[in-house]
Ligand binder design. Structure first.
Ligand code: NI
Length: 168
């Protein structure tokens, strides 16, 4: 049941740990561009959203009849919750703890529960299955973002080979 999705969700904390293992605190705090998040901010975001963006929404759909799932603005939350002051190692540890519990919980959901639904304030109807899949999709996007930050870090050091690459 959603085996591929659960596998992604379960593997994300270790993937993140591996990617940041070689980074200094300063590197993790550095934004690759003025408008792009640093690794520190990405990790704080994942830690912060694990409950309100994901677990609480899935739980509401399982426990209630077509609940309204409130929307929120990630950029605004990043400012309010001061993501740029969070300790990235602590954020990752907290995210990993939550994720481990959530994977265990998700594995216990029955097929009939996966079909239950709710209404997202902005995008409308959603099922447990869709939101759980989006959870994995969201993970991969942020892993990709961290890889991109690491590419930004190497870019100035590749000399004339820069001509072959354009950073997005
Ligand atoms: Ni996100």
């Amino acid at each position: 049941m959603l085996k591929d999705v659960i596998a992604i969700l379960a593997s994300t904390p270790d993937k993140l740990k591996r990617e940041i293992a070689s980074m200094s605190l300063q590197e993790m705090k550095t934004r690759p561009a003025a408008s792009k998040w640093s690794v520190q901010e990405v990790l704080a975001h994942l830690d912060d959203l694990e409950e309100i963006g994901m677990r609480a929404r899935v739980a509401a759909m399982v426990e209630m009849e077509n609940p309204l799932l409130p929307s929120f603005d990630p950029e605004k939350r990043a400012e309010e919750r001061k993501y740029n002051r969070k300790n990235p190692v602590k954020s990752l540890a907290s995210f990993a703890r939550q994720r481990q519990a959530n994977v265990k919980w998700l594995k216990k959901l029955k097929p009939v529960q996966l079909k239950r639904g709710g209404t997202h304030q902005k995008v409308g109807a959603l099922s447990v299955e869709e939101l759980t899949t989006e959870w994995a999709f969201h993970d991969l996007g942020h892993i990709k973002q961290i890889l991109e930050i690491k590419r930004y870090m190497l870019y100035p050091r590749i000399g004339n080979m820069r001509a072959f690459y354009k950073l997005s």
